[in-house]
Design a protein around this ligand. Structure first.
Ligand SMILES: Nc1nc2c(ncn2[C@@H]2O[C@H](COP(=O)(O)OP(=O)(O)O)[C@@H](O)[C@H]2O)c(=O)[nH]1
Ligand SMILES: [Mg+2]
Length: 329
């Protein structure tokens, strides 16, 4: 039924696993409904209303792909693949476009499916969170803290966004709720000093994971990047390998801006992972593919809501199936 899954014989499919938990599967599908309407349902309408595969159809296909925020590069890559398949006689009918698009999307994003498993021998495994203001960093930290705790890991977080007064409180509120220790100083403190203290504390308490929050906005973007570099340098003084993960959080709802942010942060602080937040309620989830195609950075998690439980490890097949099902009504 799912053609794209054939490539993954070696791996137990999360989609199968999820299907056995109907409540969660339904919530997942519902969260991605707007993205599905933007891509899957538009494509379905397109192929159902077409009589043959011709230039017009290809042009309309392009418009749908661009409209779903896949970006120019990904859209062109898909169009090229489709046109080649038509030439080779592998596509005869409009309906054959759907699985072709699906397969190409899978090829683009599957290499980015790499779950973040903290190396517990690090004590702590340090995760530095970066991203612009409002992207969802602090919320994602809470979600990750809960998830790793459930996996039996000892988690600590550092309130490195000392720029806004409310930022520290927000993290402390989550910390109380989830019973996770939060290392903080007063507003305006040096974030590098907070990170340094936190790493020392996490080390002495033999925590498994330390997640460091950071500010998303300073007076200028250059200041922000310099501050992040300083935080990283200071961590290295205690543990040469730290941070073990530099994770960018981007808001899916910002569409192609998320790609620009990924590009900028990657250049400044070299990212090792990305979490895409707020995929619930946005039609612009296609930007994940644009990021994957251009930067090829592991997509660790997707955020599907404001609660601590609304975080899922990124699963390429499940994601594609949710936004572009081939077995639609
Ligand atoms: N719907 C939804 N809202 C989110 C998600 N992640 C974060 N938010 C909300 O986005 C806003 C900004 O998040 P926050 O974590 O404070 O962003 P930060 O400035 O990067 O730390 C908050 O109101 C969060 O509740 C998500 O996955 N879905
Ligand atoms: Mg924050």
């Amino acid at each position: 039924m799912f053609r794209i899954f054939r490539k993954r014989k070696d791996k137990k499919l999360e989609a199968e696993e999820v299907a056995s938990r109907p409540g969660q599967e339904q919530a997942f599908q519902e969260s991605l409904e707007r993205a599905r309407r933007q891509l899957g349902e538009q494509l379905l309408q397109l192929v159902q209303s077409a009589d043959s595969v011709d230039e017009d159809l290809i042009e309309e296909l392009e418009a749908v792909l661009i409209g779903a925020d896949l970006g120019i590069n990904v859209s062109e890559r898909i169009l090229n693949a489709v046109q080649q398949a038509v030439k080779d006689g592998r596509i005869h009918e409009p309906s054959a476009l759907l699985p072709a698009v699906q397969a190409e999307l899978f090829d683009i994003i599957e290499p980015c499916e790499q779950y973040l498993i903290p190396d517990t021998s690090r004590k702590p495994f340090v995760i530095l969170m970066v991203g612009v203001n409002g992207a969802g960093k602090t919320t994602t930290i809470a979600k990750m803290a809960q998830r790793y705790q459930e996996e039996g890991l000892q988690v600590m977080v550092a309130a490195g966004d000392t720029f806004r007064a409310a930022a520290v409180e927000q993290l402390q509120t989550w910390g109380k709720r989830l019973n996770v220790p939060v290392i903080a100083q007063q507003t305006g403190a040096d974030p590098a000093a907070v990170a340094f203290d936190a790493l020392q504390s996490a080390k002495s308490k033999e925590c498994d994971v330390l997640i460091v929050d950071t500010a998303g906005r300073l007076h200028t973007q250059d200041n922000l990047m310099e501050e992040l570099k300083k935080v990283r340098r200071v961590l290295t003084r205690i543990d040469e390998q730290a941070p073990h993960e530099v994770m960018l959080v981007v808001d899916a709802g910002t569409g192609q801006n998320a790609l620009h942010q990924a590009r900028d942060f990657n250049q400044a602080v070299q990212l090792s992972g990305i979490t895409v937040s707020k995929l619930d309620g946005t039609a612009r989830g296609g930007v994940l593919f644009a990021i994957a195609e251009e930067l090829n950075i592991p997509i660790r998690f997707i955020g599907l809501g404001e609660r601590a439980a609304d975080l899922r490890p990124f699963d390429a097949a499940a994601f594609i199936h949710a936004i572009l099902p081939t077995d639609q009504r």
